[in-house]
Design a binder for this molecule. Structure first.
Ligand code: PTJ
Length: 260
């Protein structure tokens, strides 16, 4: 079940408007926090400036992210309300593509009810086990005050690689202090999350997850461990962020979206 919509398929901004509809639907069904709608507005404005397309720099980051996820001893895919509403299926597909990974619900505006609703949504897409829900034992990320400090002892706490789409800066910094490799998806190349993560995919999470799954599948078939290691070692996050900022400044994106 998805949102019922009156938006005609030939509307020039159909894709962007459908993303909004999905979030509103997610909000009405208790998955998305009110603040999640506002956070989306910020992301949407950056997406507009980037031309609502996956840039070659984002593809480069996605390639490095897929290599790092495959090299991980244990990767955790952290899911919040927005991610669950926009690409719950994609997260479950990505988790199935990886051999050593789990999904954990981890919320900034945490409520038990929303945690359970998000877990149920992910289970509809075939996820068997969801961490971070109804925990009896918990671990806390040191030096973090927000609700995101509470993590699953079998999940983020012990993971060496954490995938955190639409993350807040404080937790990214805290995860780095715990020596974890952090991969994020954030349309804002200037955010603390983007500038602190090891790999920042500056792209809409809706577009990047399918690319990421394809890349993982491709590397599984064709790349050796050494090749994956080389991809990760030669990746330069700072350069990718600079290129994303340049793309915004040079208004390549604007040239496309302004006509719509
Ligand atoms: O579900 P919860 O309670 O965990 O709350 C989730 C939100 C997103 C509300 C919470 O994490 C939050 O407040 O996030 P921030 O600090 O506003 O950061 C969200 C970042 O994601 C911003 O930098 C946005 O530009 C970016 N963003 C928003 N929508 C997208 C996005 N990046 C990629 N794809 C999007 N669709």
């Amino acid at each position: 079940m998805g949102p019922k919509t009156l938006i005609p398929k030939d509307h020039p901004r159909y894709c962007s408007l459908m993303i909004r509809e999905k979030l509103v639907y997610g909000f009405e069904n208790g998955l998305v926090a009110r603040e999640g709608l506002i956070a989306h507005g910020r992301g949407e404005s950056f997406d507009y400036l980037l031309g609502e397309q996956t840039t070659e720099y984002a593809l480069n980051s996605i390639n490095a992210a897929s290599a790092l996820l495959l090299l991980a001893e244990y990767a955790v895919l952290s899911v919040n309300g927005n991610t669950a509403a926009l690409c719950g299926k994609g997260i479950c597909d990505l988790n199935r593509s990886l051999e050593r990974s789990s999904i954990e619900v981890n919320l900034f505006y945490r409520t038990d009810k929303r945690e359970k609703l998000i877990a149920n949504e992910l289970k509809k897409h075939g996820a068997k086990k969801i961490l971070g829900v109804g925990q009896t034992t918990i671990k806390e990320i040191p030096e973090l005050k927000s609700n995101r400090r509470i993590v699953d002892p079998d999940g983020i706490f012990i993971a060496d690689v954490v995938f955190v789409p639409l993350e807040d800066g404080d937790r990214t910094i805290a995860l780095k202090k715990m020596n974890k490799k952090v991969i994020t998806v954030d349309l804002n190349p200037l955010s603390r999350t983007s500038t602190t993560s090891d790999i920042s995919i500056v792209d809409n999470v809706v577009r990047s997850i399918p690319h990421l799954i394809k890349c993982v599948e491709n590397h599984k078939k064709n790349s050796k461990k050494k090749e994956l290691e080389e991809i990760v070692q030669s990746y330069n996050n700072e350069q990718c962020l600079k290129e994303s900022i340049n793309a915004i400044r040079s208004s390549k994106g604007l040239a496309k979206t302004l006509v719509l």
